[in-house]
Design a protein around this ligand. Structure first.
Ligand code: ADP
Ligand code: MG
Length: 239
C-alpha cells in the first residue's frame, strides 16, 4: 500500500507500509530557472538514483548520517521520512552560476576557502539567498542547527571533492537538503546528482565540453544525457 505524498520537479515521494519510511521515485524530467525551462533527459531518473545511492553509501561509510536506506529499483530508493528544513545549503569551491551574477567574481575563480550559502527553499519566492538572521527571524532552523548544517556541509564537501577529483571531475559547487528524523537528528536528505552538483571534467580544458552537469541543459549545450551517463560511469569506477 503506497500513496503519492508529493510530486516535485525531479522526484515523486510515496508513502510505504511504515510511517518512518518513504519511497523516492526519480523522474527523467528536468527543469531549470525555477521551472521556467522544462524538458527531459533520457535515463536521468535511473542515472541520478544510481549516483545518489552510491554517494549516500559512500558518505554513510565516512560517518555522515543520511536518509538513504536502500535502492529498491533502478529509479527508486527507500529513505527515512524526515521533516525537511526549508533551506538549500550550497557549498561553493569555484565561482559559477548565481554566485558570479551576485558578486561579479569571474566564473572559474577558485575561492580562497569553501563558501557555504543558505537559500530559503520557496519556489514562489524564487529560493532567495538568506543570512543566518533571516533563518532565525523566520524560525527555519535554530542557531545550533545552522552551525551543524554548516559543519556537515563542509565535511561532506571535503569527502565529495576528493571522491570526484579521484575520478577526474572538479566539484565546483553543490546543493544539499537536510531534514530532521523523529528524534530530531539532522540527516542529509534529498539527492546528490548532476542535477544538484556542478562538475567539470578535468580531462578537457574546453569551457563548454568540460561541463558534465545540469548546466548542459540550462545552457542548451547538447549531449546532456551523454554527460550524465559519463558521470555515472566515473562515479561507479574504482578509479
Ligand atoms: P522539488 O521540486 O521541491 O525540488 P523534488 O522533485 O526534488 O522536489 O522532490 C523531492 C522533494 O522531497 C523535495 O521537496 C525534498 O525536499 C523532499 N524530500 C527529500 N528527501 C526527503 C525525505 N527523506 N523525507 C521527506 N521529504 C524529502
Ligand atoms: Mg528538488
Amino acid at each position: 500500500m503506497s500513496q503519492k505524498l508529493y510530486e516535485g520537479k525531479a522526484k515523486i515521494l510515496y508513502t510505504t507500509d511504515k510511517p518512518e519510511i518513504l519511497l523516492t521515485h526519480f523522474k527523467d524530467d528536468a527543469t531549470a530557472f525555477n521551472a521556467q525551462k522544462k524538458g527531459q533527459i533520457t535515463r536521468k531518473g535511473e542515472i541520478n538514483c544510481a549516483i545518489a545511492t552510491h554517494l549516500f553509501q559512500f558518505l554513510e561509510n565516512q560517518g555522515i548520517p543520511t536518509h538513504f536506506i536502500a535502492q529498491t529499483a533502478p529509479n527508486q530508493m527507500e529513505v527515512a521520512a524526515v521533516k525537511i528544513l526549508p533551506l538549500e545549503v550550497v557549498v561553493r569551491n569555484i565561482a559559477a552560476g548565481s554566485f558570479v551574477a551576485r558578486t561579479g567574481i569571474t566564473s572559474g575563480t577558485v575561492l580562497k576557502y569553501p563558501l557555504v550559502e543558505f537559500f530559503y527553499k520557496n519556489d514562489d519566492l524564487g529560493d532567495p539567498l538568506f543570512t543566518e538572521d533571516h533563518i532565525q527571524l523566520l524560525e527555519l532552523a535554530t542557531p545550533t542547527q545552522v552551525t551543524q548544517l554548516k559543519q556537515m556541509a563542509l565535511t561532506i564537501n571535503q569527502y565529495l571533492q576528493q571522491f570526484f577529483s579521484d575520478r577526474h571531475l572538479t566539484l565546483v559547487d553543490f546543493k544539499l537538503e537536510f531534514g530532521l528524523d523523529s528524534s530530531g537528528k539532522i540527516l542529509l536528505a534529498d539527492e546528490i546528482s548532476p542535477d544538484t552538483c556542478r562538475l567539470w571534467d578535468t580531462l578537457t580544458t574546453d569551457p563548454k565540453q568540460k561541463i558534465m552537469d545540469k548546466d548542459r541543459f540550462r545552457q542548451d549545450l547538447g549531449n546532456v544525457a551523454a554527460a550524465y551517463e559519463e558521470v555515472l560511469a566515473r562515479v561507479m569506477s574504482q578509479n
